[in-house]
Design a protein around this ligand. Structure first.
Ligand code: PMP
Length: 354
C-alpha cells in the first residue's frame, strides 16, 4: 500500500512522474536505450536540459526578462557559498530565519563582511522578523523564503534596490510571487521539483561580474551560463525527473494551481491544530508555512498513542526535526489532500480516545 508521505525532503513526487521516470530507465522515449546510458551531449539529453531550463523560467514568468536557469550540483548548501563567491565584494546583508539561513551566513563570512539584519533565533525561529533595515552599502540581501525545519514562511519580501538573493528550496513552484523582484533564486530540487542531486539556480545576468576575485570554474555562475548548464556532466537523471515534475506542474494549473491546492491542504491541517485541544502550533500564525506545518502535543504523555494512530494509518515522515520536536507535516505540491485528511482524522481520533 502506498504510504501517505509527509517526508520533509526528499519527499513525495507526483505518481505520474514516478511512473514515467521509471520507464525512462528501461527505455528512454522508445530509443532502445536507457536514459542512464546515453551521452549528456546527445541531442536527446540536450533537449531535456533545454526544455527543463526553459520551463523553469516559463513557470516563474521570467522568460525574456534577463534571467538564466541553471541545473547545478552540490545541493542548496553549495549555493550558500557560491552566491557569496560570485556576489560578495565587501559587505552582504542576511536575514536569519533558521538553520539554513544560519548556514548560509556562516559560508558568506568566508568572503566578506556579513551583516545579520535581524534574527528570530531567540525564539527558536518560530517567527519571521519584520522590521529591519538593509544597509545602503551592501552588495546584496539574502533571505530564506520558507524555513523547512521551523515551519515559517516569508509572506512578503523587502523592497530594496540591492540584488535580492533567496533560498527557495522548500517552497519554489508552490505559490505565486512576483519572481522578477528577485535577482538570484536557488532551490535544491528534492522538495517540489525532483529528486536529490540537482539544484535549480535562476539568475538575473546583470548582477554578475561585479566582484574582483578569481572564481574557480565550477563555482562561477558565468561559466555555467556560457556552457548552457553543461560545463561538466550534469546529473542527467535528476534533471530529467525535474523536467517531468515541471511538466506536471504546468499541466495542473501552473504555480497558481499548486498554490490553490497547497492552501486548501494547509487550511485543513492548521484548522485542526487550532481546534484540537491536544495540539498546539509551533510557528506564529501569521508566519505559518503551507509547506511545512510544525505542531506539538500539549501533553507529551500522548505521544505513544498518537504515533501509533498515524503509523497504523499508513502515514510516513510526521516526526518533527530534532531542533523543534513534536510533529512536522510537509505538504509539498504532490501530496494529495486525502493524505492530509488522514492525519487530521488521527488527530480527531486521539481526542476521542482520551
Ligand atoms: N535550504 C533549505 C530551505 C532547505 O530546506 C535545505 C535542505 N532541506 C537546504 C537549504 C540544504 O539543501 P541541500 O541538502 O540540498 O544542500
Amino acid at each position: 500500500m502506498k504510504k501517505h508521505n509527509f517526508s520533509a525532503g526528499p519527499c513525495i513526487l507526483p505518481k505520474e512522474v514516478f511512473k514515467k521516470a521509471s520507464e525512462a530507465i528501461l527505455d528512454f522515449d522508445n530509443s532502445g536505450l536507457s536514459l542512464l546510458e546515453i551521452s549528456h551531449r546527445s541531442p536527446a539529453f540536450v533537449d531535456v536540459m533545454e526544455e527543463a531550463r526553459s520551463l523553469a523560467l516559463e513557470l516563474l514568468d521570467l522568460k525574456d526578462k534577463g534571467y538564466k536557469a541553471l541545473f547545478l550540483q552540490g545541493g542548496a548548501s553549495t549555493q550558500f557559498l557560491m552566491t557569496a563567491y560570485n556576489l560578495l565584494e565587501n559587505k552582504a546583508a542576511y536575514l536569519n530565519t533558521g538553520t539554513w539561513s544560519d548556514k548560509a551566513i556562516k559560508e558568506a563570512k568566508l568572503f566578506g563582511e556579513v551583516i545579520e539584519v535581524a534574527s528570530s533565533k531567540e525564539k527558536n525561529f518560530n517567527y519571521i522578523p519584520k522590521s529591519y533595515t538593509i544597509p545602503k552599502d551592501t552588495d546584496y540581501f539574502h533571505c530564506t523564503s520558507n524555513n523547512t525545519i521551523f515551519g515559517t514562511q516569508m509572506k512578503s519580501f523587502p523592497n530594496t534596490d540591492k540584488p535580492l538573493v533567496c533560498d527557495m528550496s522548500s517552497d519554489i513552484f508552490s505559490r505565486k510571487l512576483n519572481f522578477s523582484n528577485f535577482d538570484l533564486i536557488y532551490a535544491g530540487a528534492q522538495k517540489n521539483m525532483g529528486p536529490a542531486g540537482v539544484t535549480l539556480v535562476i539568475i538575473k545576468e546583470e548582477i554578475l561580474g561585479k566582484v574582483t576575485r578569481k572564481i574557480p570554474s565550477m563555482l562561477d555562475y558565468a561559466v555555467h551560463i556560457s556552457k548552457d548548464s553543461m560545463f561538466n556532466t550534469p546529473p542527467v537523471y535528476a534533471v530529467y525527473v525535474s523536467l517531468l515534475t515541471l511538466k506536471w506542474i504546468k499541466e495542473n494549473g501552473g504555480i497558481a494551481g499548486m498554490e490553490e491546492n497547497n492552501n486548501r491542504k494547509a487550511t485543513l491541517l492548521y484548522a485542526e491544530v487550532d481546534r484540537n485541544p491536544l495540539f498546539k502550533g509551533f510557528a506564529e500564525k501569521e508566519d505559518r508555512s503551507p509547506m511545512n506545518a510544525t505542531f506539538n502535543l500539549t501533553n507529551s504523555g500522548h505521544k505513544e498513542a498518537f504515533d501509533k494512530l498515524w503509523k497504523d494509518a499508513g502515514v510516513n515522515g510526521l516526526n518533527g526535526h530534532r531542533s523543534v520536536g513534536g510533529y512536522r507535516a510537509s505538504m509539498y505540491n504532490a501530496l494529495p489532500i486525502e493524505s492530509v485528511q488522514v492525519v487530521v482524522n488521527c488527530m480527531k481520533e486521539l481526542e476521542h480516545k482520551i
